[in-house]
Design a protein around this ligand. Sequence first.
Ligand code: PPE
Length: 316
Amino acid sequence: MIESELIWHNGEFVAWEDAKVHVLTHGLHYGTGVFEGIRCYETERGSAIFRHLDHLQRLERSASLYYMDLPYSVEQLRSATHELISRNGLASCYIRPIAYRGYGHMGLNPLEAPVDVSIAVWPWGNYLGEEGTRNGIRAKVSSWERIGSRSLIPQAKASGQYLNSVLAKIESVKAGYDEAILLDEHGNVVEGSGENVFAVRDGVISTPPISSAILDGINRRSVVQIARDLGYSVVERVVARTDLYLADEVFLTGTAAELVPVREIDDHAIGTGKPGEITLVLQRAFQDALYGRNERYLEWLDLIEVGLADRQKAAG
Ligand code: PPE
C-alpha cells in the first residue's frame, strides 16, 4: 500500500483519499496520459530532487508528442512539487507527476478533452528489492517485442505505452524471474520493462543508442557521464542478445530501480554470477551523486528549501 497525505491536483492540494477521477476519464480508457518517475533523496545538504528539471522537461516533451499542451509551466510544476513534499513532511520520496486527458469527451479524438495534471509523492523503497540491488537480479529476455517507432513513440513516457512493459513484466515474474529485457523488431536488445540496460565486456561499457526504441533515461545519461568521468570507455551501439549472455557484467538503470546488477539472464550466469567490479564502482559513484556526496554532480540536485513546510503551515 502506498500512501502519503496530500496530492497536488490541477493547482490545488487535496487529501490523498479525495484525489479521485471520474470513470469516464479519457486517459483511463485510451491511455492518453504522460508521466514521470522522479526521486527525492535525503542528502547531507537537505532533501533534494535528482535532475528535477530534466524530468519535467521530458514530461513536457512527452506531452507535446501526444499533442497535449500542459496547462502548467515546468517552473510551476517544480515549485508545486517542492511545496507538496514539504507539506507531506517527507525527507525522501518517489515523485509521480501525471498529465492526462480528463473527463468530458469520449472517442479517439482527444483534442477537445481537458488536460488534467496531478502530482503524487510517497515513500517508495527499492523497486527490485534490497537483495537484488546488492547481489544482482535474474532477468529473462521477453517474448514481447518492445514497442517501435512505427506504432508508438518509444521516447515518450506515455501511459498507454506501458501495456507493453506490463506484459513483459508479467511474463518474467510468472516464469520466476525478477525483470524482463525487451528486444526490438530486429532482435536487438533495447531495455528492461522500466530500466535502461548496460553490458560490460573487456572493460568497455555498451548500451543501446537513443536512436533505438528506448526511453532516453535520465539515469542512463547520468551513469554514462559518471562512467566517462571515471575514465571508462562507454559506447552507444547495437547490443545483441548474445552480447548480454557473453558480457562480463550487465546492469540496469532507472529512477525507481536506481542501478541494479543483473546476475543471470535466461539462466546463463553473467560473468561470475555476482555483481561485477565495474558495476559496483559505478553503483557507488552513482549513489554518491544521488546523495550529494560528489561536488562534481551537485548541479543535478534540486534542493528543497528548508523550513518551507513550517512557513506554509504558519501562513495557514
Ligand atoms: N525505460 C523505461 C521503459 C522506463 O519506464 C524507465 C523509467 C527507464 C527506461 C529509465 O528512465 P529514467 O528513470 O529516466 O532513468 N521507469 C520509471 C517508471 C517505473 C514504474 O514502475 O513506474 C521509473 O523508474 O520511475
